[in-house]
Design a protein around this ligand. Sequence first.
Ligand code: AMP
Ligand code: MG
Length: 412
Amino acid sequence: MKPLGEAQAVVLDTVSPLPVVSVPLGECLGLALAEAVVAGHDLPPFANSAVDGYAVRVGDVVAVPVELHVVGNVAAGSVPLTAVTPGSAVKVMTGALLPDGAEAVVRVEDTETADGVVRILVSVPSGLAIRPAGGDVPAGTEVMAAGERLAAAHLGVLASLGVSAPRVRRRPVVALLSTGDELVPVETVDLSGGLIRDANRSTLAALITDAGAVVVDHGIVGDDPQRLRRVLDEAAGSADVIVSSGGVSMGDHDVVKEMLIDLGTVDFWQVAMQPAKPLGFGSVDGVPFFGLPGNPVSVYVAFEQFVRPALLTMLGAAAVFRPRVRGVLDDGASTDPAKTVFLRTVAAPDPTGAWHARSAGGQASNVLSAMAAANAFAVIPVGCSDVAAGAAVDLELFTVPSTRTRREVLGG
Ligand code: AMP
Ligand code: MG
């Protein structure tokens, strides 16, 4: 049994970032930058108005109210034709280029207008409501580092800077398969004869996609060694990573292990963790292979601890592990001191900001409903056997769902 950290190090030493490509911005969500992005120009590119209002000279609005002649009107996206001269104002819209002479902008709400004249009701300091050129990002600044994973706001910044196809690593292609003669497709109605629907492929396909990779679905392969060999051969020819579930423990039909010994290389077969102790890692034709356990919760935990960090490494992401916070485990647990244990919990900060977690339900490795209810793993380290109720633990947050209902937030 390999200690968790050692096993993770073996995996992350094996995989490396994929080749660098330029990808259109619209397809970059979840990819990681291969190179830092330096702003080629100021953002905003030019000084502009932060409000709808009147561009003025501050000396004209020291004593208010005061009436100024409106000598122009500038929309966003058009060029000012008149300057602000003493005693005059130019109407400007939000985002409009500022006319020469403008020292501040008085918002419409602080004015009254009549017949080519604006009555300014408030005094304003120089620079008020003006967004200077480069006030967001000055030209030449590094806005994003290599390894940054691109989320929605990053895409907006890159778009603003005209980076239409950033340099990123291409998405890993993951061959996905389920072993197990008991498995039938989701659509199957009749489960007589000990059949179950294949849960793992649905979970894994979603996790793989969320990690920024592309799924190639090889379906349910069963427990037939010949068929498994064919699928692994095919997968190794076209994928960057192979992920299977089931068939890696001690049963009579656990064919994955033998196949891998035959066909490829094996780095480890058991990890000192719970769930997901039977977890194989090796390679087929040089392609990294993850033999995840069959139990659905083990699959999820193993993916989070091994496959996701590997895929993010291949993407070139700087950070590959989920965040952890320190928090209180409200209900106690007794755990195996020989293993790192991942309890499925529901975690949230209390009104003082202190994190609390409670069990999300049954902690057996087949209880997928508790996995679905959970948003954090309480991580109980090796050497610990009894966690008292109220003890401090590490909470690994693996999802940030929307949890506040409309009624909670808005009342009614
Ligand atoms: P195994 O490691 O193949 O012995 O599988 C362990 C347990 O997980 C057994 O109860 C299997 O029926 C179950 N299992 C294996 N694969 C899947 C799957 N794709 N979906 C749901 N349960 C599965
Ligand atoms: Mg099986």
